[in-house]
Design a protein around this ligand. Structure first.
Ligand code: BDR
Ligand code: CA
Length: 312
């Protein structure tokens, strides 16, 4: 089983990704969930992560609260997309399972120091603040991380929060730049691939027709998520950003891309969070990430429904 720390800011697509991950427990050993402020504030995301675990009958999972704001910039949230609670349209409840006392950043550091070197995968699907802080606080962990598989960034697709930037990179560009330059094997799922993994009536129906609790619930979250995207893109079909990262962990063969050099703009107010992806190798700088641009979306949605079907 692949040992994974999931770093997240739920968030509707984060919640779907988490259900996907919990449904894949035969293949993934989820060591813990670390929360970061992003789509909504830290208290709400830490509650939402636990709420999703409880839906899936997994109150045994350890959930940690992390950074409440980006490294340098002030926090920008995405309530317009995910609603005030971060989980618009979800049946909300106050989770009974506790939030762990330790800070998310310390959990990341301690886990990496405890587990055998080169075994633990970090899977961040929100702003990269917790990961950057862990690397700053304990530089020795860099050499112990197997890989970072992250959702964030954009190049060919421009951006989804400004014309130049994807939300996670826009919110904390300094952390993104730091993580990209930490010398850790890195896989990136940017908008260029997530915009090819969109919901459709039949993909949502595959979940709503499941006979468990979590399938129809996931379908209703997707429907809620689509509402925003219909307004934005003028058509049905919401991109399942964060679940792409889980799909890559389980089935990397469904994706393709290129090893490239990527630099993140941190200073310009106009293009903050922009990824300069050296797709054609014009800079001569060595590559720092596998940048994915293609996905077999039918297969990905199939895998996701299969995993969610295993939940209560
Ligand atoms: C990313 O931004 C967030 O709103 C989503 O959860 C996803 O991680 C997409 O740009
Ligand atoms: Ca997210």
């Amino acid at each position: 089983k692949l040992p994974v720390i999931f770093d997240t800011d739920p968030g509707l697509d984060d919640a779907i990704a988490l259900l996907f991950l919990l449904g894949a427990r035969d293949e993934i050993d989820l060591l813990g969930i670390t929360c970061v402020a992003g789509n909504v504030g830290i208290e709400a995301v830490s509650r939402n992560a636990r709420m999703v675990c409880e839906w899936a009958g997994r109150s045994d999972i350890k959930v940690y609260a992390g950074a409440e704001r980006p490294l340098i910039r002030h926090l920008v949230t995405a309530e317009r997309v995910h609603g005030k609670t971060g989980m618009e349209g979800a049946p909300m409840h106050e989770p009974a399972m506790p939030l762990q006392e330790a800070h998310a950043v310390d959990f990341i550091i301690d886990t990496l120091r405890r587990e055998p070197a080169g075994t633990v995968t970090l899977c961040p699907v929100g702003p990269l603040t917790n990961i950057a802080l862990a690397l700053l606080k304990a530089p020795d962990i860099a050499a112990r991380i197997k890989q970072i598989v992250l959702m964030g960034g954009a190049y060919f697709e421009g951006g989804n929060v400004t014309p130049s930037a994807e939300f996670n990179f826009y919110v904390d560009p300094h952390s993104a730049q730091q993580v990209l330059h930490a010398g850790i094997p890195l896989v990136m799922l940017p908008l260029d691939v997530t915009h090819k993994a969109c919901t459709s009536a039949s993909r949502v129906a595959a979940l709503s027709s499941l006979s468990n609790y979590c399938g129809p619930l996931a379908a209703s979250l997707l429907t809620s998520f689509e509402r925003h995207d219909v307004q934005k893109y003028g058509q049905m079909g919401a991109p399942l950003h964060d679940p792409c990262a889980i799909a890559w962990l389980l089935a990397p063969g469904l994706f393709s891309g290129r090893e490239v050099n990527i630099e993140v703009e941190t200073d310009s107010p106009l293009t903050q969070g922009h990824c300069a992806v050296d797709w054609w190798g014009t800079t001569g700088r060595s590559s720092n990430a596998l940048y994915l641009t293609e996905v077999d979306a039918d297969a990905m949605f199939g895998r996701m429904a299969q995993a969610i079907a295993k939940l209560p």
